[in-house]
Design a protein around this ligand. Structure first.
Ligand code: NAD
Length: 256
């Protein structure tokens, strides 16, 4: 269904980005994986996606905290029919103690990188006569929680950016939307469990049940495969008129 389309997924060597890359590959798209590490494992991962799904797959290193590298990623890909802005980091601290360098890094990686990749990819989509931009926001793009000021500011920002790009491309065969996941058990979420344990004075099990999944009425983590399936849907013809909106995959979080 996505044969002859090339998808660039930022931050896609683990977690949600890799899950999305795999589902796009399953649907037939050629894949560009990205992270900032450029290890043998990264290139081997691209080779394994190519082999498993019978598609083209490459790894391109680019640090999403640097605007010129974001733009170079798209230039190096050469073609970008589907752009998934997924790279993201988190830091948990009260706003008056929030480290300035963490704030700057979160805004750069979680928000500004998407501005750069979108600006670089849109001319390619226009030339190809078709394009899809899928931004991975968060339930925290629509609601807030304490101690995540930078992340929540960036995620609300990416929802706004998605709407604006949708309006600027509304008359073209290009759409731009944001997926808003609830909690998905990935390395990013694993890493914030210790800090959250400290903030709330709880053990691991209590943080999972009473802080994380407390907000998720389904009481289940969402999965990376579900994020991939939602992305494939947004790339299907059924979604041609879906643009400038958010799709929550959050077990009911934002219904509360
Ligand atoms: P993850 O830590 O597993 O993956 C993040 C990816 O981003 C990694 O591949 C990492 O290499 C990459 N990355 C980080 N900094 C980068 C940089 N400077 N340049 C290039 N790549 C970089 O995290 P995840 O949970 O899979 O998160 C992916 C996205 O989904 C993020 O935007 C996150 O905010 C969002 N999200 C996650 C959850 C969740 O519960 N896991 C919920 C809502 C939204």
């Amino acid at each position: 269904q996505l044969k002859n389309k090339t998808a660039v997924i930022t931050g896609s060597t683990s977690g949600i980005g890799l899950g999305i890359a795999r589902e796009l590959a399953r649907a037939g798209a050629d894949i560009v994986l990205n992270s900032f590490t450029d290890s043998d494992d990264d290139h081997a991962l691209a080779a394994s996606v190519a082999e498993e799904f019978g598609v083209g797959a490459r790894y391109i290193r680019a640090d999403m905290s640097k605007g010129d590298e974001c733009r170079a990623l798209i230039a190096q890909a050469g073609v970008c029919d589907i752009l998934v802005n997924n790279a993201g980091i988190q830091h948990v601290a009260p706003v008056d103690e929030f480290p300035v360098e963490k704030w700057d890094a979160i805004i750069a990686i979680n928000l500004t990188s998407a501005f750069h990749t979108i600006a670089s990819a849109l001319p390619m989509m226009r030339k190809a006569g078709w394009g899809r931009v899928v931004n991975i926001a968060s339930a925290h793009g629509l609601t807030a929680s304490p101690y995540k000021s930078a992340y929540i500011a960036a995620k609300h920002g990416i929802v706004g950016l998605s709407k604006t790009v949708a309006l600027e491309t509304a008359e073209e065969p290009i759409t731009c939307n944001a997926i808003c996941p609830g909690y998905v058990l990935t390395p990013l979420v694993e890493a914030q469990i210790p800090d959250t344990m400290k903030e709330y004075g709880m053990n691991r099990e209590d943080v999972i049940a009473n802080v994380m999944l407390k907000r998720q009425p389904s009481k289940q983590f969402a999965t990376v495969e579900q994020m991939g399936g939602t992305t494939v849907f947004l790339c299907s013809s059924a979604a041609d008129q879906i643009t400038g909106t958010t799709i929550s995959v959050d077990g009911g979080w934002t219904a509360l």
